[in-house]
Write a protein of this length. Structure first.
Length: 114
C-alpha cells in the first residue's frame, strides 16, 4: 500500500518507447503497490511532467473534502442526515419516466422540411 511520504527522490532515467510508453522502475512500482495497468494522472508543471497514481489523487481529494467539511463544522452524521432528502430530489430527475415528447418533435421536424 502507498505511504504518504513526501520525500523527493531521484529514481532513474527512462526513455519514451515507440508507442509513447514509459517504464516505471520495478522498485517504485513495488513500493507503491502498482500493478500492470494501474491508472496514472499526468500533470504538467512548467516544462516537466508529474505522474501521479490515481489512487493517490483520489485519497488527496478525499482529504481536501474532509478538511473542508471539518472546517465548516459539518460532521459525518450531519452529512448522512441530508441523504434521504437529497435522494428524494435527485431520483425523480434521473430515474423516473418522463413524458415522451419525441413523437411531437419528430412530427415538427418532418413538417419543417416540406
Amino acid at each position: 500500500m502507498a505511504t504518504h511520504d513526501t520525500t523527493l527522490e531521484y529514481l532513474t532515467t527512462t526513455k519514451i518507447g515507440e508507442k509513447g510508453q514509459l517504464t516505471v522502475p520495478q522498485q517504485f512500482r513495488r513500493d507503491l503497490g502498482l500493478e500492470t495497468g494501474a491508472p496514472f494522472a499526468v500533470l504538467r508543471l512548467g516544462d516537466g511532467l508529474i505522474l501521479l497514481p490515481e489512487q493517490q489523487r483520489f485519497e488527496h481529494l478525499c482529504q481536501q473534502v474532509s478538511s473542508s467539511l471539518t472546517a465548516a463544522g459539518v460532521t459525518s452524521e450531519d452529512l448522512l442526515a441530508t441523504l434521504p432528502e437529497a435522494r428524494n430530489r435527485v431520483y425523480p430527475r434521473h430515474y423516473e419516466k418522463k413524458p415522451s415528447g419525441s413523437a411531437s418533435r419528430r412530427r415538427a421536424r418532418s413538417h419543417r422540411g416540406k
